[in-house]
Ligand binder design. Structure first.
Ligand SMILES: Nc1ncnc2c1ncn2[C@@H]1O[C@H](COP(=O)(O)OP(=O)(O)OP(=O)(O)O)[C@@H](O)[C@H]1O
Length: 357
């Protein structure tokens, strides 16, 4: 495993009464592509800004290569930030935009022109030196912003939703570009997005955040296949998420009905979340179901049918290669192995009143 490059230790941050990061701990390794993923307002950008030195934490430490950098100014850190809005100087050519920071640092003109050539080549914009920013597409402008960051030879690139302003096709192309770039540069990327597909495609490690807490840290495969709580399961892919009660080991009460499951160790009468992927809900004849319901919605999706089934006041999302017309009475069966029992997400712990441990 590569070395630890950044250690984020007990970081907390509030804006007034709004606690945005709550005692957050995380480390980032050399050459890692680490993505902070979470819904709008969960604190991703705030954490990135604290890393970049644009914001200071109320508590905690940012350790970079073993040294506390809390009070180091942004331009003294070996981290460079690329924002969603490319923030290019519109009255300067592409070359002048890229040269700007280097000139301030007093670099020689031959050093600067070499760097410009090198960086433009890396982002596939050879020959764009004399163009003006407004003659470039959004994707090209974002590449210039990345080139401008690269010439500073940072050890870490902090990217805050850098593809957010681009249309879908361009975004997908740029995702591959960024992975290539990271591999060629051999540096660390810390990437902020609220787009789960983007996170799954690009990352070595995903940090799922919600309301200032880290919900899960793992590889894309871990996060998708073994979500640790219902929030993560819901955020990554589609799921039926049901508030449930662990009756005893291997038995969970969902919508008032006992379902056999395989999980043990949650304790008796413990409120949990039961998560069932749509492809794991089996529709059978009513007498063979654990629950009975009626099909309320049907869409043909090519590979499968997507259906909604109303049962016990819950709308079940079902993916099946068998088609059941709207209005059909069906039974719902779920294999015990396909019911994932999860602790309530951390922010809901307080609501689990009367819990027997
Ligand atoms: N300078 C500030 N002053 C006051 N509140 C702020 C400030 N910056 C951020 N916040 C608040 O902190 C919370 C977290 O914001 P942050 O930008 O970190 O979230 P985010 O996860 O990056 O969201 P998004 O994906 O929408 O950018 C939000 O409630 C936001 O309104």
């Amino acid at each position: 495993m590569a070395n630890k490059l950044i250690d984020i230790v007990n970081i907390s941050k509030s804006f007034g009464d709004n606690l945005v990061l709550d005692n957050l701990n995380l480390y980032i390794r050399q050459n890692e592509f680490l993505t902070l993923l979470g819904p709008s307002g969960c604190g991703k950008t705030t954490l990135l800004r604290i890393l970049g030195g644009f914001e200071s934490a109320d508590h905690g430490e940012i350790i970079f290569e073993g040294k506390n950098i809390n009070s180091l100014a942004p331009n003294k850190r070996k981290l460079n930030t690329v924002f969603q809005k490319y923030a290019l100087f519109t009255h300067m050519t592409i070359a002048e935009n890229i040269a700007f920071g280097l000139k301030i640092k007093g670099k020689t003109s031959s050093y600067i022109s070499d760097k410009i050539k090198y960086a433009l080549k890396l982002v596939n914009l050879d020959g764009f030196e004399n163009r003006m920013p407004d003659s470039l597409s959004g994707g090209q402008q974002q590449r210039v912003a990345i080139a401008r960051a690269i010439v500073n030879e940072p050890k870490v690139l902090l990217l805050d939703e850098p593809l957010g302003a681009l249309d879908l096709k361009l975004r997908q192309d740029m995702q591959y570009e960024l992975i290539r770039l990271k591999n060629e540069l051999g540096i660390t990327f810390v990437y902020v997005t609220h787009d789960q597909e983007e996170a799954l495609t690009m990352s070595d490690t995903i940090v799922v955040m919600n309301q200032g807490y880290i919900q899960q840290i793992g590889t894309p495969e871990d996060i998708y296949n073994e979500p640790q709580n219902a929030f993560v399961a819901d955020f990554i892919g589609e799921s039926n998420i049901l508030s449930a009660l662990m009756v005893e080991d291997k038995l969970v009460k969902i919508l008032g009905v006992d379902f056999p499951c395989v999980d043990i160790g949650f304790g008796k009468n413990r409120p949990v979340d039961a998560v069932i992927r749509p492809e794991d809900v089996e529709l059978v004849t009513p007498d063979k179901g654990i629950l009975q319901g009626i099909v309320s919605h049907l869409i043909f999706k090519g590979v499968h049918y997507e259906m909604e089934v109303e049962a016990n006041n819950f709308t079940w999302l079902v993916h099946s290669t068998d088609m059941f017309p709207v209005g059909t009475n069906v039974g719902i069966y779920v294999d015990p192995y396909n019911i994932q029992i999860m602790k309530k997400p951390k922010t809901e712990d307080a609501e689990a009143v009367g819990v027997e441990e």
